[in-house]
Design a binder for this molecule. Sequence first.
Ligand SMILES: [Zn+2]
Length: 422
Amino acid sequence: MVKVSFWGGVGVIGSSKILIEDDGWRVLLDFGLDYHPGHGLFRMGVGPRPERALADRLRTDAAPSIPNLYKASALNGTGLTGGSDGKTAVFITHAHLDHIGLTGWVDREVPMFASPETIRVMDGLQQAGESVEGGVPRFKPMLEGQPLSFGPFQVRRYDVDHDIIGASGYAVDTRDGLVAFTGDIRLHGRHPEQSRSFCRTVAGARALIIEGTSLSFGFADAERKEVEVDQLFAAAIASAPGLILLTVYPRNLERVAAFALASGAAGRTMVWPPGLARFFRAMGLGGIRAWGEDIPLAEIASRPAQFIVDLESADWPVMLDLPSGPASVFLHANGEPLGPFDPRWDVLQDWLRFTHTPFWPIGTGGHASPDDLRWMVETVHPDIVFPLHSLAPDRLMTPPGTSCWLPQRGGRRYGLTKDAPG
Ligand SMILES: [Zn+2]
């Protein structure tokens, strides 16, 4: 009998890890780290001890105690069996840390699959010195829609829209019906047709596992579309007489490319932190300039109206060397800090107050609005829906005929043949 269990993403945003088991065969969907700035034991510069990092994560439940998955060498003293059992495979939805952050610890003999674009992003991050912990993971590319047989399972990957290229949903055919997983998904991005097509493809699934990030935040705001973000960026360029400062979510490469195009058209040069510039070049983006390396800060300071300067949090003191102030603006387009839940948000506001710089949040999120989540559940109309990756999964509204099962974390394994979780 098929069993589904949830080893992350339960009551939290991120850290999705879904295990589907049948007769000893196992499919693991996503293998991420918690993303909860300001919370948890490992924060504010406190991290796992490098020589026993996985053991520290297992001990604190930041990594799940699943046998025959991790590299045996990283498990010394934990009592957990490592190495491959030959019957486990990992499938990754996208290259955000809360979905891939533990893949560096996976044993080399355990096959891991992802979209070709996800693998390209992972390679680019590796070249920019930003790999995941535990070692460089190796992924096999999985083309869209092509079935992959693994023991009693048949797995298919489909493109969906999220704020990173290569995002995927999965459809896992099991002996007890189809299990579909959205990964992180939205309908307000540049490719809503991909997300819609995925939902229609898996319509009638026995179980749908759906992310519910937007249910967490009080239903306060409608989601801006990506195209509106582009428009606001252009409007900001048109109206700011001085320097434009920016933080953009760097893994949203399509937005980075759109911003570069708009700034070029307006005669402004975008300049990036050197580390980000390395990542963008590795991803094949042309015309990338790094401040401090390709363009000295003094040159930017002498002609501020000709530049847009991206800053990461460690770079905020750079504002002291630049003519930021009332004639400039700081645009927030989902770079870090991502939102007020991050303790660095207030630090940024203090820097902007100190430099008298206006602040304009122009971004939009990577997660479907409550309206759009509802459309997805109605379109798939599964027998069972498991809402995941949310602070308030119980707020997902389900249509008649669909049972909502709120997953518990860890050992509880859900069979799919009953009308209620047994
Ligand atoms: Zn994501």
